[in-house]
Design a binder for this molecule. Structure first.
Ligand code: PNS
Length: 172
């Protein structure tokens, strides 16, 4: 039985992520979507919200686990007895970063493979940081994210508008 981990920040999940997750599922018997808990970087969504929207977006898809992890990815990979990591790249801008991460992870856990999937061209322009920007300025994010994310962001920004708070602008 082959287990794979698809790690990321998912702040928030986009249609690009969702497509990669569905395609990744075909490459293994057990797929774990792993959401990084990053105490140093306050994002737009709390970790629990990220997990919730991913679970909602995957409600019709059977057999995918959604978990949070903190610390080193390789420790989570070991804990879950995962055989490989899956990541997506949208183009050359992602490639260098993914290569460095894959090499580092392999150095830390020899033999660990990272399988890189190419994002579909029609989804290659979608990123969490652009979605956050659009949401921040009150734009329509629905073309880029699953409905569960759209609804969560609308609720979040309505609430913040009412409390006259300034939404957080995080990095990617
Ligand atoms: O969605 P992202 O932000 O591109 O995902 C990056 C992620 C979470 C995969 C990466 O930051 C990560 O694995 N963080 C955990 C810490 C770690 O293991 N660092 C060393 C690997 S390079």
């Amino acid at each position: 039985m082959k287990t794979a981990v698809f790690p990321g920040s998912f702040d928030p999940l986009t249609n690009g992520h969702l497509d990669l997750i569905r395609r990744a599922q075909r490459l293994c018997d057990r797929l774990i979507v792993a959401v990084l808990i990053n105490p140093d970087k306050r994002g737009l969504l709390e970790t629990q919200q990220r997990l919730d929207v991913i679970r909602q977006a995957l409600a019709q898809v059977k057999g995918i686990e959604v978990k949070a992890f903190s610390g080193l990815l390789i420790e989570f990979v070991k804990q879950e007895q995962s055989d490989f990591i899956i990541r997506g790249i949208r183009g050359v801008q992602d490639l260098e970063n993914e290569m460095a991460m894959a090499w580092t992870n392999e150095k830390l856990l020899p033999g660990l493979e990272t399988v890189v999937l190419l994002t579909r061209p029609e989804l290659a322009g979608v990123s969490s940081s652009l979605v956050r920007q659009i949401a921040h300025f009150g734009g329509d994010v629905s073309p880029f994210v699953p409905p569960a994310v759209d609804e969560t962001l609308l609720r979040l920004y309505n609430k913040r508008d009412q409390s006259d708070d300034t939404p957080t602008k995080g990095g990617e």
